[in-house]
Design a protein around this ligand. Structure first.
Ligand code: ATP
Length: 377
């Protein structure tokens, strides 16, 4: 599915005028501070339930306003091969997310009906962001790579979101018991059993998606011919040595966990380890190679979802500042062949011939952004 209708109220500096987007490429250009990132950020709210650039909802509500809303209309998009979206009014889903700052309340709506869980909204619009912060997937800590992997697992395995939430609840109860002065061993064993069962489900889902991701990644690096990836190894670490039972591992490390006061083994410690000749790529690859690697990993995720018939909406924020012309073209052409929906921002008017060989550009819409208003050209 693709986001073809869009409207916001009180979202940063954005105008509340409704906008129609292409189910394929949307190129947004405008000067600094015009509102390009805000458009992507608002789209991100529909697919992620939060901002991809700030942690507090307050920051995105227009100054002086107590409530903001984002609406999106989805059509069939390009996901069913051979039956492209008409671009007409055949909306398949209507999504809405609003936040009341004074009540500290988020409202979610799917097709006019209030829903409680964010996943009910987010599963309709798989949003993948490529902005300057994305390079932390390689350069940053394991949490960034877990987030990267879990985004795909969430869209591949329908039950993953709820199992993950249950596991978070059990982990926090387990941690509270660990922190109690006198350890209640009987209670710990109850938590251990529940935690181990949920961890096994999470690990299984992660492992299945990771396998698909790795296969897609290996295919991709062969096709785009990046010789410096020879010797690169992608491995999933599940958060403990899975040749051992998690329950007995926890029992054997009771004293260690009691001292630190939290759970040290399990899915919260998982990582996608990226190694080149046995050493972390963050220590061996150049900045440029690390950036290219993240882009290839993002495309490989797109391949996994695309193979399941899901259209990913990519938000590419200011990639001109991060990627050279050749890599930008590679990215645009790959996303075109995966039939993704793409929103791409730039300060300068985009040069379409630099992204696709002449005559091969997909259907795209071009928008000039000025003072928060989008004007189609
Ligand atoms: N809460 C808010 N309420 C009103 N305006 C805001 C709010 N937050 C930011 N702005 C303003 O919104 C404008 C748009 O910012 P945005 O980051 O979207 O611009 P941009 O076009 O992506 O700029 P750049 O090219 O510099 O990255 C800026 O002028 C900013 O000062």
């Amino acid at each position: 599915m693709a986001l073809v209708r869009f409207q916001t109220e009180n979202f940063r500096n954005l105008s509340s005028a409704p906008v129609s987007f292409s189910p394929s490429f949307n190129l947004l250009y405008g000067e600094n501070g015009s509102g390009k990132t805000s458009v992507l950020e608002a789209i991100g709210y529909l697919g992620l339930g939060r901002s991809f650039r700030v942690s507090r909802h307050q920051a995105v509500a227009r100054h002086g306003e107590q409530r903001f809303t984002v609406f999106g209309g989805l059509d069939q998009g390009l996901e069913t091969f051979g039956s492209d979206s008409s671009g007409g009014d055949d909306l398949v889903h209507r999504l809405g997310i609003g936040r009341d700052l004074s009540q500290k309340e988020t409202t979610l709506r799917v097709d006019g009906v209030s829903v409680r869980s964010l996943s009910s909204l987010a599963r309709h619009l798989p949003v993948s962001v490529i902005d300057p912060g994305v390079f932390d997937v390689v350069a940053g800590g394991p949490g960034k790579r877990r987030q990267f992997l879990d985004w795909a697992v969430f869209h591949v395995e329908p039950s993953f979101g709820s199992v993950w939430q249950q596991c978070q609840r059990v982990t926090s109860q387990r941690n509270q018991t660990l922190r109690n002065g006198r350890l209640d061993e009987a209670m710990m064993r109850v938590w251990d059993r529940q935690y181990a069962a949920l961890s096994a489900q999470i690990s299984e889902a992660r492992s299945a998606t990771f396998h698909q991701f790795k296969t897609a990644f290996e295919t991709l690096v062969q096709e785009v011919d990046v010789p410096w990836t020879d010797g690169l190894k992608l491995e999933l670490f599940q958060g403990w040595d899975i040749s051992q039972s998690l329950e007995s591992l926890l029992l054997n490390h009771r004293e260690q966990e009691r001292k630190v006061g939290h759970t040290l083994y399990g899915p919260n410690r998982a990582d996608v380890r990226l190694k080149f000749q046995g050493r972390p790529v963050s220590e061996t690859f150049s900045r440029g190679q690390q950036k290219t690697l993240v882009i290839l990993m993002k495309i490989a995720q797109g391949m996994v979802l695309s193979a399941l018939g899901k259209q990913v909406t990519f938000l590419l924020d200011d990639i001109n500042a991060e990627l050279d012309e050749g890599h930008r073209a590679m990215l645009a052409q790959r996303l075109q062949s995966l039939r993704c929906q793409v929103f791409m921002t730039s300060i300068e008017h985009p040069v379409v011939d630099q992204l696709w060989p002449r005559g091969t550009a997909p259907d795209y819409r071009l928008f000039h952004v000025e003072h928060g208003k989008l004007t189609e050209e």
